[in-house]
Design a protein around this ligand. Sequence first.
Ligand code: SAH
Ligand code: SF4
Ligand code: F3S
Length: 450
Amino acid sequence: MSTCEKKKLYIKTYGCQMNVYDSGRMADILAPLGYQATEILGEADMVILNTCHIREKAEEKVFSDLGRVRDGQKEGALIAVAGCVAQANGEHIIKRAPYVDIVLGPQTYHRLPEMVAKAHRARDEKTGRGRGIVETDFPLESKFDSLPDTQSIQGTSAFLSVQEGCDKFCTFCVVPYTRGAEYSRPVASILEETKRLTDQGIIELTLLGQNVNAYHGEHLDGAGTASLAQLMEAIATHVPSIKRLRYITSHPKDMSDDLIRAHGDLDCLMPYLHLPVQSGSDRLLERMNRQHTAAHYLEILERLRKVRPDIALSSDFIVGFPGESDQDFEDTVALVKNVGYVQAYSFKYSIRPGTPAGLYEDQIPEAVKDTRLAHLQEVILEGQKAFNAACSGRTLPVLFDRMGKTPGQIVGKSPYLQSVHIQGPESLMGHIVNVHITHGYANSLEGVML
Ligand code: SAH
Ligand code: SF4
Ligand code: F3S
């Protein structure tokens, strides 16, 4: 088969933003082989499911979708399962779904062209369905050294992976097993990628990592290692066309003094921080191995507010972690009310194979988890509504990035990641414009251009 022959690639992405980034890079790697993106499953010559293992439901979704892919695929299409379910289950995926050609982990996707060639050869040898190719090791070389320089990107906002993996081992979480040990990319390579993105019109950049504030990559000119704050300073200095900088996801333990200070010093760093706390109960935080107390977390927020009084906060919560008492749950609700999050994600604890908490004997009944989740989500939504309502009357800079659903409407993002709707010309697209907010709804804001 000629390498420049046009072929179609269908990618479905599950899970976190890092998977979104990875899916983009997989498309970049396959582009030189002639693969172009399609959103129609039935016309794809290759299908990639980029999967998430974080909760049981996410995993089950993959297997039900795989059945749908098998039934709806174009005759002879290659099927690949990538991401964290692939890493966790390896060849068991092929056992359960024998029509899968390729299983690849998050650290091996730079080898995709090789795997595609192998999968074709395996098919030719056996005629029809090939034997599955499984590549889920953690290679010594970093995939970041072998990713192509060409990056296809649209719009004005982009994600960039700067750190990957996790050494924290929270007792509920699979990420340290699926993504491996912490790794930070060198500052120079991040700056190069940032410049390439700005050449394509990107002005808002979100730095990604499973523990992005544990970042400690090689600094420029052999100046030792850089912290996340130093990396962001380097971006602000060397790539001034980045107007908005964000980072996600952080661990409270790694909120260092210089990072807190950066929130006061760096103009391009947005006044919004997602800092997951998971629970408001010290007893549970200890059993979760989060390595901090609720008081320590609150103290970090206080210091952040001192340097950046308008900082808005968001978090993740788990309800129904093994042994969670009514009091533990009340402690979480109290913490949510105390902090006043502008937004937050909450999940029912899900037993994950191979994690310590999966073996704890005091698991919480599903019905209790349901009640607690509903209650917590109500409290979170109240906070979100109150924050949005309080934005009414304020003037906020809005980055416009999409057309609205009604004629003449254009939609953008506030510094706090709220969607802002106004009536305005399409020419605003890609620009940051001051907007006077006239209404704060539960999930969005409305305003007029100044
Ligand atoms: N690295 C990030 C989050 C990674 S996973 C951090 O340390 O905060 C994203 C969120 O999924 C977590 O914050 C947690 O709230 C949730 N999560 C992880 N494992 C879970 C499990 N077993 N059951 C339910 N929620 C879980
Ligand atoms: Fe999972 Fe904890 Fe690591 Fe976050 S810090 S990825 S929750 S183990
Ligand atoms: Fe899911 Fe893996 Fe991300 S488990 S949340 S895709 S790191």
